[in-house]
Design a protein around this ligand. Structure first.
Ligand SMILES: [Zn+2]
Length: 383
């Protein structure tokens, strides 16, 4: 049997190539690549480009929009702080708040700020391991937990559960691509697992470190709290896919949120503090470094991400001409929060290697095999 491909090595090689080799090579293969917006790097497959090679989004905002910092909403912050204060000591067991913990900077920031501002709030950090976590992300969790000095649990559903979910999602992509199908269902299950754990343990609050943008655009909420009528709903579908289609086994469907088992039981409240605090990425980064939780040396998202990301990117490029993860990066570039050149080169190389297979082919084939899929099943053909 062939040795499995090391995903971290592949990611580092990919990064090195994009930084050092691709800036030269791209000139020779430009005719084979889609044109991109000169301002935000959006592919012409994603948005139409005008004569000046500006995408429709950039053409709508002709002046370099200096992104205005939103006013801090003190009333909203105070309302959130009152919920945390009132919850101190009210948990049915040893904890008052279950904090979703990925080990990334946002979740570290969240835990430390809650500890600082609400020292009597008894926290339990929780990581949902989908079986495809990057080994680098796992190591980061092991390193930072002692510094945060917080109780922590891993939720690890059986392997076959996630394989079924990801296999089904990847072969039934909705219009939002693998980001809106595979990644979204992964996020929905993470929150469902938290709802189940919190309700079993009598923990009144669930706290999640999604940004304001993720809360508004991903979840369609316009407040820091998910409304109770929404939280009460048992799950029947994820990313638009019916659970009964994905899982024949009722035991597997019951791993999702089924609503309260007893009608008079406590319904956990789901909170997104970063919606109310509304900080810039840079502020969060600076603060976690100042607290000594992370080093200033930024962990690359390519290395710390979900192991399936390269596969998702390649499948998207074959299906749509671009990766569905690009949309959010182009938005950040337009808002001055991400570097255009770096991400344009990354996405161009992804587009190129999706056809040529350079570096990524062995990894992509390994990941497909892990999911019990072939390249044809997901419409991928390397030259
Ligand atoms: Zn643009």
């Amino acid at each position: 049997m062939a040795q499995p491909v090391d995903p971290v090595k592949t990611a580092r090689l990919f990064e090195f190539y994009v930084r050092r080799i691709w800036p030269l090579q791209r000139r020779f293969v430009a005719s084979r690549l889609r044109r991109r917006c000169v301002r935000c790097a959006a592919s012409e497959a994603m948005l139409p480009l005008n004569a000046q090679q500006l995408c429709s989004e950039c053409a709508r905002q002709p002046l370099q929009q200096s992104v205005l910092r939103r006013e801090r909403n003190a009333a909203l912050e105070a309302e959130l702080a009152r919920i945390f204060s009132a919850a101190c000591g009210t948990g049915g067991g040893a904890h008052d708040a279950l904090v979703m913990f990925s080990g990334g900077k946002d979740s570290c920031y969240l835990v430390q700020r809650l500890k600082n501002e609400h020292p009597r709030l008894r926290l339990l950090a929780c990581t949902v391991d989908n079986g495809f976590m990057s080994p680098v992300a796992k190591r980061n969790i092991d390193e930072v937990l002692p510094r945060l000095d917080i109780d922590h649990v891993f939720i690890r559903p059986r392997r076959s559960f996630y394989v079924k979910l990801f296999r089904y999602a990847l072969t039934h992509l909705n219009a939002e691509g693998s980001y809106g199908t595979v990644d979204f269902s992964d996020g929905e299950f993470m929150l469902d697992a938290a709802r189940n754990l919190a309700s079993e343990k009598g923990i009144p609050l669930i706290v999640c470190g999604y940004s304001r943008y993720q809360v508004e655009n991903g979840l369609g909420l316009h407040h820091f709290e998910s409304p109770p009528e929404r939280e009460r709903q048992p799950r029947v579908a994820t990313a638009g896919l019916a659970l009964t289609e994905i899982f024949e086994d009722e035991d597997e469907r019951r791993l999702w949120w089924q609503g309260l088992r007893q009608p008079d039981a406590l319904l956990p409240r789901l909170l997104f503090p970063l919606y109310a605090w509304d900080l810039e990425e840079e502020d969060i980064k600076r603060q976690v470094v100042a607290w000594g939780l992370m080093s200033a040396h930024d962990q690359s998202p390519i290395v710390t991400n979900h192991r399936l990301i390269p596969l998702l990117g390649v499948v998207d490029v074959h299906r749509f001409g671009y990766s569905s993860f690009e949309k959010e990066f182009c938005r950040m570039i337009r808002e001055g929060k991400a570097d255009r050149r770096t991400w344009q080169h990354t996405f161009e190389f992804l587009e190129y290697t999706s056809r040529t297979g350079l570096f990524v082919k062995p990894l992509v084939l390994d990941l497909l095999a892990e999911l019990g899929l072939t390249a044809e099943d997901v419409g991928v053909r390397f030259d």
